[in-house]
Design a protein around this ligand. Structure first.
Ligand code: SF4
Length: 351
């Protein structure tokens, strides 16, 4: 299903930039909501009960926007043992988590064998939890650390039973922006290439965007176009998940005068729904912006409200740590006129 322009053609780069810069927000939200209701006619909004443990905060990549990473010699550096990780996941599963989104710093001491041990430990400790690990920058780092190819890393993860992966670390997929905010992280090309390889093996993934720092509207549209182009080829992206940069305690935060507004969040969700005509799901999260902005995103083209996030550390270190009960999350969805529905990591409804 392709998106709207008045003559029903795909939106072009120039049209996308115009939507980012000129179209009144109310008009944009209405258009995006219309497209969302055509694609998902039921007034239903999904969410997932997940947990987000970070197996290490030691990271050699040291992105300027990140408050989470620590040097190996730092007093509060940590690397979980497989037992500790499995215990954390087990506790989260007891609290209702059905998915574990597992990511960590780029720790040169960890090898692929350690990743596989983590996965096996979770699989043994908790039979019915879906493991959703390692974004493309982690895969790129591990391939370098192991002096092997990203394809081999991906294949090993597939062979151990992993079927979905998070689309984290996309930030903004232009090298100008990446060089400014995360110069040691994998390039835009590499991020897309790893996603392409993963999709070809059979993984389903998400795609993300972190905006609100040095990017321009053109960068955001180029990011969306790169995702749309890859999705045309592979069809492996299940959803698009944007969030804004959280400046607290980050080196980049000291240089940014203004943080992104809730209105910008709504604009990006709307533009994403219109540009990403080959994506089924767009997320507006109760967590990543103000809770009310997350709710309004449900009227701007989003059909998913994100995860319950039983545990989250990365944004907590940047002073962003809201929590929510399942009852309040469902009430937030209902109060916008939608029926809440729990989902799994394939976006299938679960009871
Ligand atoms: S965002 Fe990830 S890769 Fe970048 S410094 Fe933080 S932990 Fe490391």
């Amino acid at each position: 299903m392709h998106s709207l322009t008045d003559n029903n053609q795909r939106l072009t780069r120039a049209e996308g930039i115009k939507l980012m810069q000129e179209t009144p927000l109310g008009q944009l939200m209405r258009r995006a909501h219309e497209v969302r209701m055509k694609r998902h006619p039921k007034a239903r909004v999904t969410y997932v009960c997940d947990t987000n443990p970070n197996y290490t905060n030691v990271c050699a990549t040291r992105c300027h926007f990140c408050a989470f990473w620590r040097a190996e010699e730092s007093r509060d550096a940590y690397t979980l043992s497989s037992t500790q990780l499995a215990e954390q996941v087990s506790r989260a599963a007891d609290a209702g988590a059905t998915t574990v989104l597992m990511q960590g710093g780029h720790n040169p001491k960890l090898k692929l064998a350690d990743w596989l041990i983590y996965i096996r430990a979770i699989q043994t400790a908790v039979q019915n939890i879906h493991i959703h690990p390692f974004g493309p920058p982690e895969i790129a780092f591990m391939a370098e650390n192991e002096a092997t190819s990203t394809k081999i890393i991906l294949q090993q993860l597939w062979d151990i039973g992993i079927r979905t992966m998070p689309g984290g670390g996309a930030e903004v997929l232009t090298d100008r922006v990446r060089n400014a905010i995360a110069p040691k992280k994998c390039s835009a090309h590499t991020w897309l290439e790893i996603m392409s390889q993963a999709h070809k093996i059979g993984f389903k993934t998400t795609a993300t965007l972190m905006y609100g720092h040095v990017e321009t509207p053109e960068d955001i549209i180029d990011h969306l176009l790169a995702l749309r182009e890859l999705q045309d080829k592979t069809g492996g992206f299940q959803s698009f998940v944007p969030w804004s940069f959280k400046p607290g305690k980050t080196p980049l935060g000291r240089k940014i005068e203004q943080t992104a507004s809730p209105q910008m969040y709504l604009r990006i969700i709307s533009v994403a729904r219109l540009m990403l005509d080959n994506f089924s799901h767009i997320q507006s999260s109760w967590f990543s912006e103000e809770r009310q902005a997350g709710q309004l995103g449900l009227l701007a083209g989003a059909d998913d409200f994100g995860g319950l996030l039983i545990e989250e550390n990365v944004l907590e270190t940047a002073d962003h740590s809201p929590t929510i009960s399942i009852q309040d999350l469902e009430q937030d969805i209902r109060s916008m006129g939608f029926e809440p529905a729990r989902r799994d990591s394939y976006y299938r409804y679960i009871g």
